[in-house]
Design a protein. Structure first.
Length: 262
């Protein structure tokens, strides 16, 4: 049986008699691989792959998600590379593909895409039972979500310049599960647009969300911005809202918490 990745490439299941050597350049998927029981096959990860902390501590770092150490990766002799369309740069992936036989491309765009992600990786790496267990957990957490009160939100990921997300992102589709609609930045078609605060933008917002990552927004930022724009501002856990993989199960539960608090 073959398993199709987000680039349309078919991958065969690995032969357990010849254990794969995996380098993962996607933090949330490094965590997923560990939760699938594949930590012993992971030989390389980024410095942002921080979960589960005790497990990844012994796995070699190979740089960031965009600035990898190609020489170090080559020295690890990986058989499989796992990347993501949003998080990793194509020229880097193309260069690594010159000496890594199997490049698995991921691109979840909505929470439900986690089910296919679990099953694809479970199929390739021979842990389909664990993958199905995660599917069951995810579906139960998603089904437990209550109906939210509709809110027009602006989810901020960066400051200086201010940046947000478009509706065509995993984050926006997570928020939509509780009827929080990500507003569009006037005049922008970017998936992660920069913006300036303006009366026009403010008038279309009910709630501003400041993410804890990639920019480390704090309660002080939230308090200052709330005074500046006169709208409610909430600090939110960026990992829970932007990390797909196994963390999305906890992310569903976090959404329910946000829905209740709001």
């Amino acid at each position: 049986m073959l398993f199709i990745d987000s680039a349309g490439v078919a991958h065969a299941a690995v032969d357990p008699a010849h254990p794969p050597r995996i380098v993962c350049l996607v933090p949330s998927i490094t965590e997923l691989l560990c939760d699938l029981g594949l930590a012993s096959w992971l030989v390389g990860r980024t410095g942002f792959c921080i979960h589960p902390a005790e497990t990844v501590r012994t796995i070699a770092k190979v740089g960031g998600t965009k600035d990898v150490n190609t020489k170090k990766i080559r020295s690890l002799a990986p058989t499989h590379l796992i990347v993501n369309i949003d998080e990793n740069e194509k020229p880097t992936v193309d260069a690594l593909a010159q000496f890594i036989p199997h490049v698995v491309v991921t691109h979840p765009l909505a929470p439900v895409d986690n089910l296919a992600l679990y099953r694809m990786l479970g199929g390739i790496f021979g842990c389909s039972e664990r993958a199905e267990a995660l599917c069951t957990q995810f579906e139960a957490a998603a089904a437990a979500l209550g109906a939210g009160r509709p809110q027009r939100v602006l989810y901020c990921i960066w400051k200086d310049p201010w940046m947000t997300v478009s509706a065509d992102t995993y984050i926006a589709r997570m928020l939509a599960r509780i009827d929080w609609v990500q507003v569009a930045v006037p005049g922008s078609v970017q998936r992660y647009p920069a913006f300036d605060w303006s009366d026009q933008l403010n008038d279309g917002i009910d709630l501003v969300l400041l993410s804890s990552e990639p920019y480390r927004f704090s309660e002080a930022h939230a308090d200052s911005l709330e005074r500046q724009i006169g709208k409610p501002v909430l600090l939110v856990d960026g990992e829970m809202l932007s990390w797909y993989g196994s963390r999305a199960i906890a992310g569903m539960r976090y959404l329910e918490q946000l829905r209740r608090e709001a």
